[in-house]
Design a protein around this ligand. Sequence first.
Ligand SMILES: NC(=O)c1ccc[n+]([C@@H]2O[C@H](COP(=O)([O-])OP(=O)(O)OC[C@H]3O[C@@H](n4cnc5c(N)ncnc54)[C@H](OP(=O)(O)O)[C@@H]3O)[C@@H](O)[C@H]2O)c1
Length: 324
Amino acid sequence: MRAVVRERYGVPAVLRVADVGEPPAPTGDEVHVRVAAAGVAMGDWHLVTGLPSVMRLVTGLRAPREPGVGLDLAGTVAAVGPDVADLRPGDRVLGCGRAAFAETAVTRARRVAALPAHVPFTAAAAVPTSGTTALHALRSGRVRAGSRVLVLGAGGGVGTLAVRLAVLAGGEVTAATARAGAAEALLAAGATAVVDRSAGPASLGSGYDAVLVTGGLTPLRDLRRLLGARGALVLVGAEGGGRVVGGGLARQARAAALDPWVRHRLRSVVSRENPADLARLRDLLAAGDLAPVLDRTYPLAEAGEAIERVASGAARGKVVLTVA
Ligand SMILES: NC(=O)c1ccc[n+]([C@@H]2O[C@H](COP(=O)([O-])OP(=O)(O)OC[C@H]3O[C@@H](n4cnc5c(N)ncnc54)[C@H](OP(=O)(O)O)[C@@H]3O)[C@@H](O)[C@H]2O)c1
């Protein structure tokens, strides 16, 4: 069985495809998935580079503890452990797994959901983590019917899904992006307006009920100026600004400290995969209500290039590896 592996942290070029042998037969609630497609996200870049370095406390200080890479997957169940009642070999699934950039990934029954035959694997693999993160962000921002929502950084993986999910929640959504060519898909997803964020926050309007931030290190005071009196600022993530902690995490810490003292609701997203959100995303895919914007697909052997594509900021929507 071929899988993407690495022995050290570094640029995505450290990744290579190796024959790692078949995993041992599943035990307990384990599920083996023959991966058809695997979603690529900024989280994969973080795991491969080991940056910001505070995360190495979890992933391995000097070198990565796990050689494998990849989280989001869609494919066909190859084998199930004795405690798995509702999945059988041959079933189509989407979800998350350990080392998903592989021909076979090991996961657990609660981390995957059955996928109807008409949903393409590439679309399904684009959704689990980024979609769950977007759902968390909408909940943190208390987005509901009639909410005026700004998605600041709308052209990437989480942003494109957040726009669509906010529209489905009944929000009136402004999508702010600097990504070339992103506007058409965002309008098709139901955004009321697409604005160019590169002119700075002063050009993004004001009075929003919720502002979801997927990137950039815009200071909190400038972000709060976008909000109505009781609006919610939801910090999803941001790159850069420090190799040890990262500017995005530092801003999240400042927001948590400030939150009790201001009328605005200042929240940070810590997305955790869960069966309820995965089932909801699957149902939206199956109904045709959610169609992730797909930028490009890459073969397994080009996982490094795929991660570079995401990190470059040029991808419109999601990047996916096609495996089988
Ligand atoms: N908290 C969590 O649990 C969680 C979960 C998943 C991801 N994340 C983090 O969330 C962030 C987005 O993830 P992703 O997978 O969507 O990455 P991505 O596909 O690379 O998208 C990056 C986003 O950042 C936006 N951006 C970049 N510079 C910006 C700036 N100066 N001002 C405003 N927006 C800017 C981009 O906006 P444009 O549309 O203008 O290109 C784009 O939408 C990453 O930092 C990731 O690590 C956090």
